[in-house]
Design a protein around this ligand. Structure first.
Ligand code: BTN
Length: 253
């Protein structure tokens, strides 16, 4: 398959055969005044970062490790992580023909809903302020070959090649991710935020109605997932009304 499309991103592209973390590199570029749309790519990360202080396994030749710099308004910034999850899921669907499911806020799963499927991609958004302007780096990691995964994660994570039973072209998938990300970012900046939310909801439908627990300021709370709200928070029905989870993780019960 050949991919083509408009891509407002990738105004500057930095490639590393090896780096610590593309998110850290992109954040440094942001602080140095680099323009929106800069992309940092690596074949190998030695200190790949995951959400909530976790690490992201990034051995050479096995995955996609990419970070994109945005300079969004505060309203758009709140929705960027949701839009990025949609974009990566759409790119995987376009290139590999698989139907990824999203787990709030933006984990990408294959082989069924997150309760029974396995994680294939993750997104880490990190924000800062320089010169009075907010910047957001959106980093995504996709497990393409089985070697991208550490053994201890084999039961909970998967790779595209393992799911498909044939190789996926990393360059084609990366190009698709950047094109979809540019389009979904355009949706946010041009007032089509409801389209992004609807696309996210369609891919997360299998998680609605499921019981979850999460940490709220050190207190473990439980409830049943209802939906996501218009600002991207997860709405959960608890015994005492609806709660909106805006950060952290939820765990299935
Ligand atoms: C997660 O699911 O915990 C998020 C993982 C995000 C990993 C990507 S790989 C490219 C970018 N650089 C990093 O250091 N992390 C992100």
């Amino acid at each position: 398959m050949r991919l083509s499309g408009e891509c407002a991103l990738a105004r500057r592209v930095v490639w590393h055969a090896q780096t610590g973390s593309t998110n850290a590199d992109a954040a440094a570029l942001a602080e140095a005044g680099a323009p929106e749309g800069c992309v940092v790519l690596a074949d190998h990360q030695t200190a790949g970062r995951g959400r909530l202080g976790r690490s992201w396994s990034s051995p050479p030749g096995t995955g996609i490790y990419a970070s994109v710099l945005f300079r969004p308004t505060p309203r758009v910034a709140r929705m960027l992580t949701i839009a990025a999850g949609v974009a990566v899921a759409e790119a995987i669907e376009n290139v590999a023909g698989l139907g990824p499911v999203l787990k709030w806020p933006n984990d990408v799963y294959l082989g069924g809903p997150p309760q029974s499927g396995r994680k294939v991609a993750g997104i880490l958004a990190e924000a800062g302020l320089s010169g009075g302007e907010t910047w957001v780096v959106v980093g995504f990691g996709i497990n393409v070959l089985p070697g991208s995964l550490p053994h201890e994660l084999a039961a909970r994570a998967t790779s595209l090649d393992a799911e498909l039973g044939r190789p996926v072209e990393r360059g084609e998938l990366l190009a698709a991710c950047l094109v979809r990300l540019a389009e979904r970012y355009g949706d946010l900046t041009e007032g089509r935020c409801p389209d992004v939310l609807d696309a996210w909801r369609l891919r997360a439908m299998a998680t609605f109605g499921r019981a979850v627990e999460w940490d709220d300021d050190g207190v473990v709370k439980t409830g049943v997932v209802r939906n996501i709200g218009d600002e991207g928070g997860l709405i959960v029905d608890t015994g005492s009304g609806a709660a909106t989870v805006v950060s952290g993780d939820v765990r299935w019960l």
